[in-house]
Ligand binder design. Structure first.
Ligand code: NDP
Ligand code: MG
Length: 399
């Protein structure tokens, strides 16, 4: 048993979400290894209050001051001594707190970028689920990781799979890898007639075949924009050229991704589709600990199926490759407009098929604004402009 005096102190950004909760499930299996130091949420304070009662973290944070007051009142009534903070700065402070060892970045969307940068600059062990932070921050983020001496561990299951297949020596990656194959379930509409997608509802889009996830990533899985963002994420994480990142549909999601080596040998990572596996690996790397996920039973698997994505059904994938080849800032804008479009679809304002329309058209209209993104302010400025442009189109398309 590990010594409790050397427990790793973990800050979970986005603790009330799907990845945040799975992280707590893994931590619950290893009380002698990990201590829950800080938990954050956006608005769901009932859920955060329950987690604070259960885990008694030193800090908790929410976005709004009024919600923080309410949470403080509840914690005092229950004699929970968690210190409650609020606002964006609070997330950055907790992510970079000197007593924190590991930061689980599980906020959804570009909102996760600033605390991720703070954790990277403070040299933390950074478990990155928040792919949007890397899509938005790209070069700036990777520089912060390098300069801060942070250890960046991918949590997205595909990127964790690639990471697990790569040699420990980073310098050998380029010599060894020809390209990587990111697998995708194809989402709930993989075999549906593309002509019939206009009328699908948010609940239909969120009914992922293998994973229960937050609603934003679920819609992204249905459009395959999730894979588009993952292509960009992989480009930065593994320092690859766009043509070295390929996508393959694999509905069973048993193979979580593969690397194709220079000699055409293929290495894959397999397991049941359960986020607890990459989370446990991120928490314990370079060791492996119990994850709580079910073990793969090959004899009952049936078959593994693969196909290329149909660009007619999933036009968003090409947007990622175009954005990677465009001027800096294009991937940042793509992420921002997609967040707006998905939000509008979830709110019932636009149709499912309009998501791509908003993404493609807004990105086109913004092309002249792309250029070097030297700091967080540059990134946030372009993010804001892209959101405004996407909102205008959403209003024009509103049903
Ligand atoms: P959820 O929607 O389930 O959870 C999101 C978390 O972020 C919640 O704790 C939420 O708080 C918090 N949050 C939302 N908006 C803000 C904001 N503006 N400021 C601060 N906190 C905020 O998302 P998931 O757990 O599904 O996904 C999290 C990230 O992990 C995403 O980037 C996703 O792409 C990635 N990912 C998820 C996988 C999955 O299986 N779910 C798999 C691989 C990657 P509140 O509850 O208060 O709203
Ligand atoms: Mg993924």
């Amino acid at each position: 048993m590990a010594d409790t005096t050397t427990r790793r102190r973990v800050c979970i950004l986005g603790a009330t979400g799907s990845v945040g909760r799975s992280t707590l499930e893994v931590i619950a299996l290893h009380p002698s290894r990990f201590e829950v130091f800080a938990l954050t949420a956006h608005q769901r304070i009932d859920e955060l209050a329950d987690l604070c009662r259960q885990w008694r973290p030193r800090f908790a944070a929410v976005s709004g001051a009024a919600q923080a007051d309410e949470l403080r009142r509840r914690m005092a009534a229950d004699d929970v001594r968690t210190e409650i903070l609020s606002g964006k700065r609070a997330l950055e402070e907790l992510a970079a707190h000197p007593d924190v060892d590991s930061v689980m970045a599980a906020i959804v969307g570009a909102a996760g970028l600033a605390p991720c940068l703070a954790a990277a600059r403070a040299g933390k062990r950074l478990l990155l689920a928040n792919k949007e932070a890397l899509v938005v921050g790209g070069a700036l983020f990777m520089r912060a990781v390098e300069q801060g001496g942070a250890t960046l561990l991918p949590i997205d299951s595909e990127h964790s799979a690639v990471f697990q297949c790569l040699p420990a020596d980073r310098a050998a990656w380029h010599r060894r890898v020809d390209h990587i194959l990111l697998t995708s379930s194809g989402g709930p509409f993989r075999s549906r007639d593309p002509e019939s997608l206009h009328d699908v509802t948010p609940d239909m889009a969120c009914a992922h075949p293998n994973f229960a996830m937050g609603r934003k990533i679920s819609v992204d899985s249905a459009t395959m924009m999730n894979k588009a963002l993952e292509v960009i994420e992989a480009r930065w994480l593994f320092d690859l050229q766009p043509e070295q990142v390929r996508v393959l549909i694999h509905p069973q999601q048993i193979i979580h991704s593969m690397i194709v080596c220079r000699d055409n040998s293929v290495l894959a990572q397999l397991g049941t589709p359960d986020m607890k596996v990459p989370i446990a690996y991120g928490l314990s790397w370079p060791e492996r600990i119990e994850s709580g996920a079910a073990r793969l039973d090959f004899a009952t698997l049936g078959g593994l199926h693969f196909e290329n994505p149909d660009p007619r059904r999933f036009p968003g994938l090409d947007l990622a490759f175009d954005a990677l080849r465009a001027a800096p800032g294009a991937t940042n804008a793509l992420n921002a407009v997609n967040e707006v479009a998905v939000g509008a679809f979830l709110a019932g304002t636009i149709s499912f098929t309009a998501i791509h329309h908003v993404n493609a058209q807004t990105l086109d209209s913004l092309a002249a604004r792309f250029g070097p993104q030297n700091n967080l302010d540059d990134l946030l400025d372009l993010d804001a402009r892209a959101r405004e442009a996407a909102q205008r189109l959403v209003r024009a398309l509103a049903r």
